[in-house]
Unconditional design. Structure first.
Length: 280
């Protein structure tokens, strides 16, 4: 196996295939970014004849971004940021407490309850959207930030990650603290949580991106334009009568860019936490 990777021909073939794959992935994103800088009338003009003009505009314009800035899109960005950040803050606390309870305590029905937690993140969201909306309406939360935030706080995958991490901490740590008179809340806040920063970063990223990319539930629960989020604002550029392709591409680029920032900040924790969570 080692000889295969030391073989220069094998390395050239490997990197050649990876380069082709990277080009296939990056090519549509590059076209999307540059198409947003074209005038509206020229966006699809060079597509029929594939060449340099397909990617590189003959003239650049920021009209699409200026029009986007003058629309309701900044409000949508504000709404998505508030919803995502609030979900991350409350989600980390709630899911970490649940994961700690599964890892540190033994109680009746623990295994069955944990099985339900695992099943929750395997279930399609569309299967529960109707009863969830009925509950939101009963609480009087329709067209509100509560409707966008509260249902997304508890996350089965995040609970699983926290449970796996807290279970990996030797129980001697907990027992020694209990002997010294520490409460379970003190153990959670002063011992368990400070050790779990990689899991916190990964969980925060998962919760943030889940809310940032959310479309179906915001359309159902908050149809009021004042509570529109980024993905809903992007979809409004397309309708059956007229399509604002320049606005669509510009808003999509901004959504991708803003959503990539938190990933770049915590990417070194992301894969490591997912791998270690699956092994333990």
């Amino acid at each position: 196996m080692e000889a295969q990777f030391k073989n220069p021909h094998a390395l050239m073939l490997r990197y050649g295939l990876l380069s082709i794959l990277a080009f296939i992935v990056v090519c549509p994103l590059a076209w999307l970014a540059l198409a947003s800088l074209r005038p509206q009338s020229e966006i699809f003009q060079p597509v029929s004849e594939f060449g340099w003009s397909t990617f590189f505009p003959s003239r650049l314009t920021f009209d699409n971004y200026r029009a986007l800035w003058a629309s309701d899109f900044p409000l949508a960005v504000k709404n998505s940021t508030f919803v995502a950040v609030t979900t991350v803050i409350f989600g980390i606390v709630v899911n970490a407490l649940a994961g700690f309870a599964f890892a540190a305590f033994d109680f009746r029905g623990k295994n069955l309850l944990f099985l339900l937690v695992i099943a929750s993140f395997m279930m399609p969201f569309e299967a529960i959207v109707l009863p969830l909306y009925v509950m939101i309406r009963a609480f009087g939360w329709a067209n509100s930030y509560q409707a966008l935030i509260v249902p997304e706080i508890a996350n089965g995958m995040v609970i699983f990650l926290f449970r796996q991490f807290f279970a990996s901490i030797p129980r001697d740590f907990y027992e020694a603290a209990r002997v010294d008179g520490a409460s379970w809340l003190y153990i959670f806040t002063r011992i368990a949580m400070p050790l779990s920063w990689p899991t916190i970063a990964t969980s925060g990223l998962m919760l943030f991106l889940s809310q940032w990319d959310s479309f179906f539930w915001p359309v159902v629960a908050a149809s009021n334009p004042d509570y529109a989020v980024v993905q809903v604002a992007i979809a409004r550029n397309i309708n059956f009568e007229q399509s604002d392709w320049g606005g669509l591409f510009a808003s999509t680029n901004l959504a991708i860019l803003l959503g990539t920032i938190p990933f770049l900040l915590v990417q070194r924790f992301y894969v490591r936490t997912l791998i270690s969570g699956g092994i333990k």
